[in-house]
Structure formats: structure tokens, C-alpha cells
Ligand binder design. Structure first.
Ligand code: NAD
Length: 470
């Protein structure tokens, strides 16, 4: 079985801590091994990054922009091979994995073209006052298993563009596509600037607590994000935390059911529901509840479930057995409380972690499936009568990543969406994420934003240069 090395300061290395298996969700069996790094390699990667930072921070914007453009070109040239690796380690269908890779290319190109202008606050006979943006130093990127390649690109590209060195740690469930990304990046940046450390047990925590790391950009669960915040306090690390969500969507009376069913289904079941900003609670006005439920069931029945490498498959497995067990537990709890499972609701027999798209009706707030983040292929559909009351229910969550309002009158829907307590409020769409639009959560869904100019500034420190001319 092929063993993938990790990368320290740009060099491929075998594991001092041995290696671990990478399981293919479509079969439930290991298909590769990955070298495991430990604290010694972390210390070495930090030391190399700190050395390299002295030069990399002085590189010009043109040099760094060119490096990112070259990285984007190399990713594009290898897109299909990377996408196939994503399918094997993550499970999503090949077409979606290609979108993930090409999304990474688009994000890298957007970052390559961005500028970090110096702001001149005063230029008079007396003073010249400039606000500069300096790189922070060494940034650690810690990523989850749902969109392993794209989220790594989201973290690493702005960090490099702003002049930082990066140590990336992918989820041990999906390390391989990030290693491939690290290998490509290492070709285009000086030695020491890029490391990818793979490992199990404690590596992420050691990074969060490491005094030689200046910032953590973390995407994962709220619980782990809280630990990163606590451990990072050791040297007041800068933080960007993209955490869990339980996005509500409110469908207003008079909505065109046939028109909205497709985009709602897509937003809920994107990546088998394993998407941070997926639509996770659907509130539908009682006047159109039955027809919308029926339309969604029709779409669920069209899913072609199977191994993502097979032609025609549109719906892959859940990534890992723990997540599958959570989905099963939430559906069992809903059933026990009298909810109706409209379709799906049982794990598929045979190998792999397959669970069909599942719609659960006759359910309400107070049920685990509505109140908790399912992060899998099941959607609770809740009927409501009063718009003001449903807004309160949507806002009653500890999570506040995204949310949406759907309705025939765009202005009225936008007015309601503006009252959602969420980092992003969509109208007649959901989970629309772009490189140029800031994205991030409120409350327990996170801290800081990614994307856009604000997402780039998050990888910089301000320095005010105040020159008195007298
Ligand atoms: P997780 O929190 O279990 O793991 C995320 C990463 O943190 C992994 O690389 C893991 O190895 C590492 N880690 C584990 N313990 C750590 C510690 N003590 N210190 C530092 N790092 C540690 O999350 P997951 O199960 O991989 O991902 C699913 C979760 O991620 C869901 O809650 C989902 O909503 C969230 N997510 C959020 C976004 C977003 O943009 N807001 C995007 C994707 C996923």
C-alpha cells in the first residue's frame, strides 16, 4: 500500500511516529498509508518557517502574486488526479471533486491578483502618516474532512499572499489531497515557507499551543475551536475560527414550490450534507408544506448513490463511521418522537458508509435533529404559521453561520433576512460562497471572516508609520 510522506520546510519526509491508514469511505477499507509527524517535526517546521520568514516577508507583492498564479496553474494541470484522490479519501462524486479542485484554482487566482495598498492618512507639510499591513509570521492552518482541498486553499493562499509562512495540518481522515497541494506549493516558494504535517493524536493541539506560531486559521467543530482559542492564548495567537453551523431557511407563503425545490435540495444535500453552510433546518409555511415536501422527495429519489468514481453517481457515502452514527442517532431520535421519515432513513447494506438523502417531516424545534448540527444527508422540514414566530425560532440557535429566506417578493424576503442572526443572510439562494465575498459566522459559529479583502487583512498586522517632518 502506498505511503504518502509529510512535508517539512518543502521536503518530503517519512514518519518518525510511524504511519496511519487512510480509509476509503466508499468501501470502508484502507487504501493508502500516511506518514505521521510528531512534536519534533513540528518544532523543526516552525524553526524553518521562522528562518524563511525573514526573506519571504521582504518579497514583493509581484513575486508573491506570481507564485500564487504558478501554484494555480499547477493545480489546474493536475486537476483530475487531485480530484480522484479527493473522491477516494473523502467520498464525494468525481464531478463535485472536480468542482472542489477548480474552486481551489479560482480562489488561488483571486488571491494572486489582490493588492494590499498602503493607506495614506495624512500627507502634509508637518506629517506623513501611513497605515501599512505587515505579515504576521508563521500561520498554522488546521482543516476538517469535508472539503479538504478547497478549505486548505482558502487558508493557505491569503496567508502566503500576505507574506506569511504556513504549516498546514489536514484532518487525519483526509490528509492526501492537502499533501498534494503542499507539494505543488513547495515548488513555487522558498524552502521553509511551506510545511504540511500529517499525524494523529495531539498534533493540532500542539500547534495551537506552540509559542513559535503567530496565527491559527481553523475550520472544524465548535468544540475544537474553543480548545484552539484556549490553547492559543499562550502567546495571544491571532485567530480565524470557522466553526459549526445549523443554518435555518425560511420559506414564505406564496413561494413557487417547483422553482425553489431544486436549489433548496441542492443547498441541503451539497456534499451529502457535509458542508458548514449547508441548509440544515427548513421552515416552511403551512400553506405550501405538503407540496414542497413532495417536491423534495421527488428530488431525493433521483439521487444515484454509489462510489463517486463510478460514472453517473451523484450521491456518495458519508465520510466516516462516527458521522454516520450521529446521523443514524438523530433520525432514530426523531422517529421515537413521532416524526415522519418521508424517504431514506436507513443505512444502505453492504460495504462503505452509505446513507441515502433523508427527509424528515412532522418535526419541530426541541427535537435533536432540528436543534443540533447533523452534518450529513438528512434534512428536517418544520411547518410554521407565523413569520415573526419562525424568525425567533431560527434565531434561537447557539450557531449563527448562515441563513436564508425564500419568497416571491424579494424586498420583503430581504427585510426578513436582515433580521437573521447570522454571518451571512441569503435571499432566494443558500450556501453561495465566492472568493470576493467575506464569509464567517457569529455566536458559536466562529470568529473573524475569510474571503474578500477582509479575509486577506486577517493575515496581516497593522503598522502605523508616523513621520514627523518638522
Ligand atoms: P474537528 O473539530 O473534529 O476537526 C477539525 C480539525 O481539527 C482536524 O484537523 C482535527 O485533527 C483538528 N483537531 C482535533 N483536535 C484538535 C485540537 N485540540 N487542537 C487543534 N486541532 C485539533 O471537525 P471535523 O469533524 O473535522 O469537521 C466537521 C465540523 O467542521 C463541523 O462542525 C462543521 O460545521 C465544521 N466546518 C465548519 C466550516 C466553516 O467554514 N464554518 C467549514 C467546514 C466544516
Amino acid at each position: 500500500m502506498h505511503e504518502y510522506p509529510y512535508i517539512v520546510g518543502g521536503q518530503a519526509r517519512s514518519g518518525s511516529e510511524g504511519s496511519f491508514e487512510v480509509i476509503e469511505p466508499a468501501t470502508g477499507k484502507p487504501f493508502a498509508r500516511c506518514a505521521a509527524a510528531g512534536r519534533e517535526q513540528l518544532d523543526e517546521a516552525v524553526a524553518l518557517a521562522r528562518q524563511a520568514f525573514a526573506g519571504w516577508r521582504c518579497s514583493s507583492h509581484e513575486q508573491r502574486g506570481a507564485a500564487l498564479s504558478n501554484i494555480a496553474a499547477d493545480i489546474e494541470a493536475d486537476a483530475e488526479a487531485i480530484a480522484r484522490l479527493i473522491v477516494r479519501e473523502q467520498g464525494k462524486p468525481l464531478a463535485l471533486a472536480m468542482n472542489e479542485v477548480m474552486g481551489g484554482v479560482a480562489w488561488a487566482r483571486y488571491r494572486a491578483a489582490q493588492q494590499l495598498p498602503v493607506e495614506v492618512i495624512e500627507d502634509s507639510g508637518q506629517n506623513r502618516i501611513e497605515l501599512h499591513r505587515r505579515p504576521l509570521g508563521v500561520v498554522a492552518s488546521i482543516t476538517p474532512w469535508n472539503w479538504p482541498f478547497m478549505i486548505a486553499v482558502w487558508h493557505i493562499m491569503p496567508a502566503l499572499r500576505a507574506g506569511n509562512c504556513v504549516i498546514s495540518k489536514p484532518s487525519s481522515l483526509t490528509p492526501l489531497s492537502t499533501l498534494k497541494l503542499g507539494e505543488i506549493i513547495a515548488r513555487h516558494v522558498p524552502a521553509g515557507v511551506m510545511s504540511v504535517l500529517t499525524g494523529v493524536g495531539g498534533l493540532g493541539g500542539a500547534m495551537a499551543a506552540h509559542p513559535g506560531i503567530d496565527k491559527i486559521v481553523f475550520t472544524g467543530s465548535t468544540q475544537t475551536g474553543q480548545r484552539v482559542m484556549r490553547d492559543g492564548a499562550v502567546n495571544l495567537k491571532r485567530l480565524t475560527l470557522e466553526l459549526g453551523g445549523n443554518d435555518a431557511a425560511i420559506v414564505l407563503p406564496g413561494s413557487d414550490v417547483q422553482q425553489i425545490a431544486g436549489p433548496i435540495f441542492q443547498a441541503a444535500f451539497l456534499n451529502m450534507g457535509q458542508t458548514c453552510a449547508a441548509l440544515k433546518r427548513l421552515y416552511v409555511h403551512r400553506s405550501i408544506y405538503q407540496p414542497l415536501c413532495q417536491a423534495l422527495v421527488g428530488l431525493a429519489q433521483q439521487a444515484v448513490i454509489g462510489n463517486g468514481l463510478e460514472e453517473g453517481v451523484t450521491f456518495g457515502p458519508v465520510q466516516n463511521p462516527d458521522q454516520l452514527a450521529l446521523v443514524e442517532a438523530l433520525v432514530a431520535d426523531a422517529r421515537a418522537q413521532g416524526a415522519t421519515v418521508l424517504c431514506g432513513g436507513e443505512r444502505l447494506a453492504g460495504e462503505g458508509f452509505f446513507y441515502p438523502p433523508t427527509l424528515v417531516a412532522d418535526i419541530s424545534d426541541g427535537s435533536r435533529l432540528v436543534d443540533e448540527e447533523q452534518f450529513g444527508p438528512v434534512l428536517p422540514i418544520v411547518a410554521y404559521d407565523d413569520v415573526e414566530e419562525v424568525l425567533q425560532r431560527a434565531n434561537a440557535s447557539q450557531f449563527a453561520l448562515g441563513g436564508s429566506v425564500w419568497g416571491p417578493d424579494g424586498e420583503a424576503a430581504a427585510a426578513l433576512a436582515a433580521r437573521l442572526e447570522s454571518g451571512v443572510a441569503w435571499v432566494n439562494c443558500h450556501a453561495q460562497i465566492r472568493p470576493d465575498t467575506p464569509f464567517g459566522g457569529c455566536k458559536m459559529s466562529g470568529y473573524g471572516v475569510e474571503f474578500g479583502q477582509e479575509g486577506l487583512l486577517a493575515f496581516t498586522a497593522q503598522q502605523l508609520l508616523f513621520r514627523h517632518k518638522g
